[in-house]
Design a protein around this ligand. Structure first.
Ligand SMILES: Cc1cc2nc3c(=O)[nH]c(=O)nc-3n(C[C@H](O)[C@H](O)[C@H](O)COP(=O)(O)OP(=O)(O)OC[C@H]3O[C@@H](n4cnc5c(N)ncnc54)[C@H](O)[C@@H]3O)c2cc1C
Length: 374
């Protein structure tokens, strides 16, 4: 029943990596709401950015390039395959890239007011987009600021590269984000997925998170109020989440951080198909089988198995490759085949880690329950 809804998973800065010391201790850009717990800020927009655009206005924006806040909306032409590491996916109705919190809030409120469903995408390194594309607005997150709060604490824009952050911190003798080296996502994607590797995970070093709600309000959440699990975060279930805007990380000093990271990176190079188009691990590691998802898939004899252009890697069986021209349908069929085979041969029910983004849904924020793994 491939492609059937029944199968669906419920679903610039010019900053240089070695210049950490130049970041001054400044107030957070989000400081107006940094003092209390769960404060909600109603954003005020300047006169000229009032939200009375219409769909026609978006088209005009594209033609005239005069959108408020420097935004440029693209209608109907942007292919999601360009936004995903798998290189799979059809066009979205609207596409817009944001590079500041103000722009993000503007787009969220615009979509909300005009009943346009939307989703936020970081590096698309954990997303499987549909061949039909996405019937809504895809917001590409490039909010990339980094502020040093004190020697061990940083507030980082959610569009900042997670790999870049991990390398930067380890190079400066800070431990906690060694594992981020080699993860090709954004800080926001990592918080949303609670990305992890080598015994570390994002939640371990989160101090607080700033998000924007579907109503366009900003909220700050403290770590102690957020319950994370293995590749699970509270954001995956949050009804009013539009997007994570920034994450504050608290790290510790360790002179051996960079050495450990280099070892992790070396292991990655030897055990993962890094030159190929993949989305990392397709399945979560089962908690009770004693074997990893990759080991189970390998033991079921599925390495190298193909459906169309989609293929189980010969190097790491939990990595599926777009070996050229894979459609979403190919990938879904391969995922289904692997699940069924592993269940039949090993008695283990694998669960997806990657997010399948359905083209249509009836809610504004598909992050909520349409892209969620089983
Ligand atoms: C080669 C390779 C290696 C990988 N290795 C690892 C690994 O070791 N460990 C690991 O955990 N993962 C790994 N991954 C998977 C992936 O990189 C991570 O899950 C990463 O955190 C996803 O970030 P992203 O920005 O690409 O998210 P996307 O794929 O863009 O989005 C994933 C989900 O997060 C949501 N999201 C993204 N940004 C935001 C935001 N700002 N606010 C709210 N929601 C948001 C999206 O809507 C979507 O539902 C790997 C992937 C590849 C290709």
């Amino acid at each position: 029943m491939i492609g059937n809804p029944a199968l669906s998973w419920h679903s610039n800065t010019t900053y240089k990596p070695h210049d950490l010391s130049q970041f001054t201790k400044t107030q957070s850009k989000l400081s107006p709401f940094s003092n209390s717990q769960y404060p909600q800020i109603k954003l005020r927009f300047p006169e000229h950015t009032h939200l009375h655009c219409s769909h026609t206005h978006i088209v005009k924006c594209e033609e005239s390039n005069h959108c408020p806040n420097g935004l440029k909306f693209v209608r109907g032409r942007k292919l999601l395959s360009e936004l995903s590491t798998w290189g799979i996916g059809g066009p979205c109705n609207y596409f817009v890239q944001v590079s500041s919190q103000t722009q993000l809030v503007y787009v969220v409120r615009y979509c909300q007011e005009h009943c346009i469903r939307f989703m936020i995408v970081g590096k698309g390194s954990n997303c499987l987009f549909d061949d039909m594309g996405f019937d809504g607005c895809v917001i590409l997150n490039r909010i990339e600021f980094l502020e040093r709060i004190d020697s061990n604490t940083f507030t980082v824009g959610s569009g900042f590269g997670f790999n870049r952050l991990g390398i930067l911190c380890s190079s400066k003798g800070l431990t906690g984000l060694e594992f981020a080296g080699g993860i090709p996502g954004t800080v926001g994607g990592a918080a949303y997925m609670n990305a992890g590797a080598n015994g570390q995970e994002t939640a371990d070093v989160v101090d607080s998170i700033e998000m924007v709600t579907t109503e366009g309000e900003l909220q700050r959440l403290n770590r102690m109020d957020l319950k994370f699990g293995y590749r699970l975060s509270p954001f995956q279930d949050m009804k009013d989440l539009a997007a994570i805007v920034a994450v504050t990380f608290r790290l510790k000093q360790s002179e051996s951080a960079r050495r450990r990271q280099i070892e992790h990176l070396e292991r990655r190079r030897n055990s993962q198909p890094l030159g190929e188009r993949t989305a990392g691990s397709v399945f979560r590691n089962p908690s009770n089988s004693g074997l990893s998802a990759g080991e189970l898939i390998e033991s079921a004899g599925l390495k190298g198995r193909r459906v169309g252009g989609a293929m189980v890697s010969n190097i790491h069986a939990n990595f599926f490759i777009n070996s050229g021209g894979s459609t979403c349908q190919d990938m879904l069929e391969l995922i289904s085949l692997v699940k069924e085979t592993v269940y039949r041969k090993c008695g283990v029910q694998l669960k997806e880690e990657v997010m399948y983004v359905q083209p249509h849904c009836n809610i504004l924020n598909p992050n909520r329950d349409k892209t969620r793994p089983l």
